[in-house]
Design a protein around this ligand. Sequence first.
Ligand SMILES: [Zn+2]
Length: 201
Amino acid sequence: MRDYPADLEEMIEQIRRLPGVGRRSAERMALAMLKWPADNLRAFGGLIGRLPESLVRCPVCGNLTGDGEECPICSDPGRDRSLICVVEDLAQLYTVEKSGSFRGLYHILGGKLSPLDNRTEADLNLESLTLRIASGGVKELIIALGSDVESRGTSYFLAEKYRGRVEKITVPAQGLPAGASLNYADGATIAAALSHRQMLD
Ligand SMILES: [Zn+2]
């Protein structure tokens, strides 16, 4: 269907790229936004346009930060610096953080290994993780990736790579719903999984 003016059609297609949004929902959202006051629309557009510059990655862990300095988690003196929880992406970091059950630091991989899609070690945010481990003080690496095949492959790869360089390499205990990643587990499930960690051999 191409009954909409070009800009509106383009907007619908952009909204549709978001996870879980189909054509009909995207249309409803775009049409709803057209009802906003012009100033709100301009402000929203400006905000989106600024994002590539206004949100940058923490040079230590890969979390988002507003100023290019260490993120609030890395710079929090109250966090346990001997524990690093490795997650795939920001959504997982926020999920674990919201569960309130983890007081260590994080490392965002930014993806997982996928031989079929040609995603290799070079595509992961590993340089800074290697540096963090080499600089000492990291006792345990908790590899909290999903339970799909690629995540498991990536977990074993990381265990192989860092074995002997930290005291312990663990994974959260079983208890995450089969086939689901941390993104979809609730706070209590995550807290339980993190407090009963298993060695990854
Ligand atoms: Zn950080």
